[in-house]
Design a protein around this ligand. Structure first.
Ligand SMILES: *[C@@H]1O[C@H](CO)[C@@H](O)[C@H](O)[C@H]1NC(C)=O
Ligand SMILES: *[C@@H]1O[C@H](CO)[C@@H](O)[C@H](O)[C@H]1NC(C)=O
Ligand SMILES: *[C@@H]1O[C@H](CO)[C@@H](O)[C@H](O)[C@H]1NC(C)=O
Ligand SMILES: *[C@@H]1O[C@H](CO)[C@@H](O)[C@H](O)[C@H]1NC(C)=O
Ligand SMILES: *[C@@H]1O[C@H](CO)[C@@H](O)[C@H](O)[C@H]1NC(C)=O
Ligand SMILES: *[C@@H]1O[C@H](CO)[C@@H](O)[C@H](O)[C@H]1NC(C)=O
Ligand SMILES: *[C@@H]1O[C@H](CO)[C@@H](O)[C@H](O)[C@H]1NC(C)=O
Ligand SMILES: CC(=O)N[C@H]1CO[C@H](CO)[C@@H](O)[C@@H]1O
Ligand SMILES: [Fe+2]
Length: 556
């Protein structure tokens, strides 16, 4: 095999690998490979096509990897600005008895259908403001600025499961139920019809009894609230979709007109952990965005004058714990895991020291090339896995100024101030040298067995580019890590699939979809042994696929 496979288990202290594919000439600035072919509109593949298997795909893998992400970036002459704006393309890699088939379909959302019908962008997206219909009169066009923006329903971020049904979700009001076998779009579901929230995140948590938890904001007459939502496990009677969902508890923001943006939240066996971070939604700017001719994305800002605060809620009672846990400002999109130990919460997160990333992921930026591309990439903070410890069980006479973390295996600190606030300082969940791989995002664990529990391994993508360019496995005990990478290859979020009757946490495989901007390199589904991180096999699919966001494995 002519590809490059790095498996690095050693401590990386000494390793000095220069950053992304540096150009040969010493004097020139670093460059990055142009990835615009991975950010372009593609055709759907509605009928399953067979993939060409190389190596060996274990016969016991029986099910499908379902993935979501943007697949169409323009209608007619009008183009989206932001990576998150592209229309949802649903992918399915079906694995059966060592063979693989692929299919994909566009989500038939209202945004998609309306835009296609008009052959222009009618529905505004996160980073793209739909322009008024040019056929309308000047007066009508002016007045249309005062309409409330039509909410988009392009659920392009992830697959989620509620009551055993599959949905695609972004983080707004609407989700779509989809048929995981055929990828057909089924009914549209409006969160606000079931529970008093304006939407929910694309990253719910699943408890072992099937109860699902999520979070969403509400903007009522009493002000803005962050709400924790509980969705019951089964369908009872004829109750469908989200019936029975309820608000478990509401949390008051630090600043009513500037609530935090959150992309996910943490959950341990007994607690929900909400991280109120200094990425703020400036409601005034968002409400007036259309009038001011700006997309919604411009109302979201990094405001590091605020600290980051942790809120802990008892999942069974809905009670918000009285503690005040804070940290210096950081931004987080994905939590890795959380668990309880000796009266403390251990919280592992992918963190950035600065939260300006959202604004940088504009398509215009990502489609640059060479030095230009490198410079924009380099301006974005890297994301690193970090561990925080929150002592839950502090008596009021706990000493001020002392580290209250009793756990011997982590250097994370929690120090109480005279005013009762507890300042938490993280421990890096990675060794030195890890920086050279660009940090880690898209974290995944052996979820069904270890979510909310003490665990040992997580997986993720390294980001020496705007998109993932390696796969990693990190051992949180030793902090050793393993890596898979290949020149010119961009792997997606790694999804762990356990071997039947597994005895070890990492008995199973990692599935990831690998794509390349090189014309001679076909897209493929990569299957790694999760334990050794060595390739078992790959299934090549001669179809263009853009880089996507999240996926889920559905076993048969
Ligand atoms: C995979 O699952 C399907 C559906 O349950 C079943 O019909 C099939 O026999 C299974 N195949 C293998 C190889 O286990
Ligand atoms: C699985 O594939 C093998 C050959 O690769 C074949 O011998 C076997 O019959 C297949 N099993 C099923 C259940 O299709
Ligand atoms: C099921 O339906 C019956 C009759 O319609 C109703 O009395 C009962 O409360 C329902 N149960 C649940 C859990 O919704
Ligand atoms: C809280 O602290 C007390 C005394 O330090 C201890 O006995 C108890 O187990 C702790 N609670 C939890 C949930 O760990
Ligand atoms: C996690 O690991 C255990 C073995 O410890 C295995 O039984 C289980 O199926 C795995 N679950 C998932 C979803 O990976
Ligand atoms: C896994 O466990 C099931 C039931 O516990 C058993 O029937 C099956 O043979 C086992 N499979 C393997 C591969 O050991
Ligand atoms: C594929 O193309 C890339 C650049 O376009 C080149 O660097 C690489 O050597 C080619 N690989 C093969 C196997 O031809
Ligand atoms: C207007 C709107 O809600 N657009 C959404 C389209 O989908 C992306 C990705 O999920 C969201 O970020 C946007 O908010
Ligand atoms: Fe996400």
């Amino acid at each position: 095999l002519s590809y490059l496979l790095f498996v690095v288990t050693a401590f990386f202290a000494g390793l000095k690998r220069s950053l992304p594919s540096p150009s040969k000439e010493q004097t020139t600035l670093p460059t990055l490979q142009c990835i615009s072919p991975l950010l372009k509109t593609v055709e759907e593949t509605p009928q399953p096509i067979p993939a060409k298997v190389k190596g060996h795909i274990p016969e016991w893998i029986n099910g499908s990897l379902l993935r979501n992400g943007p697949g169409r970036f323009e209608f007619g002459e009008e183009k989206y600005n932001h990576w998150f704006d592209g229309m949802a393309l649903l992918h399915q890699f079906q694995l059966r008895n060592g063979t693989v088939t692929y299919r994909s379909k566009f989500l038939q959302s209202n945004s998609y259908l309306t835009n296609r019908q008009h052959n222009r962008i009618v529905v505004s997206e996160f980073g793209t403001l739909a322009m008024p219909d040019p056929c309308k009169s000047v007066f009508e066009r002016f007045m249309s600025r005062f309409d409330t923006p039509k909410p988009s329903d392009n659920a392009s971020v992830s697959y989620v499961v509620y009551k055993g049904d599959y949905y695609v979700s972004s983080e707004n009001t609407f989700m779509y139920k989809v048929d995981p076998e055929t990828l057909e779009t089924k009914e549209k579901v409006d969160w606000s019809k079931f529970v008093a929230v304006n939407g929910a995140t694309a990253h719910p948590h699943y408890a072992s009894d099937g109860t699902t938890y999520n979070m969403g904001n509400s903007y009522g007459k009493h002000g803005t609230r962050y709400n924790i939502i509980e969705i019951p496990p089964q369908k009872s009677n004829c109750s469908d979709t989200l019936e029975g969902a309820k608000v478990l508890c509401s949390i008051v923001p630090m600043d009513n007109m500037k609530p935090s943006y959150y992309h996910s939240f943490g959950m341990s066996e007994n607690y929900i952990i909400f991280i109120e971070q200094p990425i703020r939604l400036n409601l005034m700017r968002i409400i007036t965005s259309k009038f001011r001719g700006k997309p919604i994305s411009e109302g979201i800002n990094w405001e590091p004058q605020y600290s980051t605060r942790f809120h802990v809620v008892n999942k069974h009672t809905g009670e918000v714990l009285p503690g005040q846990w804070y940290s210096k400002p950081f931004a987080t999109f994905h939590q890795i895991n959380a668990f309880e130990d000796h009266g403390c919460l251990v919280l592992d997160l992918c963190c950035q020291d600065d939260g300006k990333t959202l604004a940088t992921y504009k398509l215009q930026n990502m489609r640059r090339s060479g030095v230009d591309l490198y410079q924009v990439y380099d301006s974005v903070a890297r994301t690193f896995p970090r561990r925080f410890v929150l002592p839950l069980n502090m008596s009021s006479d706990a000493p001020v100024g002392k580290n209250l973390n009793p756990l011997p295996y982590t250097l994370a600190k929690a120090v109480k101030d005279a005013d009762g606030k507890v300042w938490c300082t993280h421990e890096n969940l990675h060794p030195e040298g890890f920086e050279n791989f660009g940090g880690l995002e898209f974290p995944q664990i052996n979820y069904s067995q270890y979510s909310g529990k003490k665990y040992r391994y997580f997986y993720g993508c390294g980001f020496r580019h705007f998109i993932g360019d390696s796969l990693m496995k990190v051992d949180v005990e030793t902090k050793n890590f393993k890596i898979w990478q290949e020149e010119g290859s961009y792997p997606s979020e790694p999804v762990f699939v356990p071997v039947p009757n597994a005895t070890a946490e990492d008995n199973g495989v990692i599935l990831s979809v690998v794509i390349s901007p090189n014309e001679n390199q076909s897209a493929f589904l990569l299957v790694l042994d999760a334990e050794t991180f060595k390739e078992l096999g790959r299934a090549e699919v001669p179809v263009e696929m853009p880089y996507g966001f999240h996926g889920i494995f559905r076993s048969h």
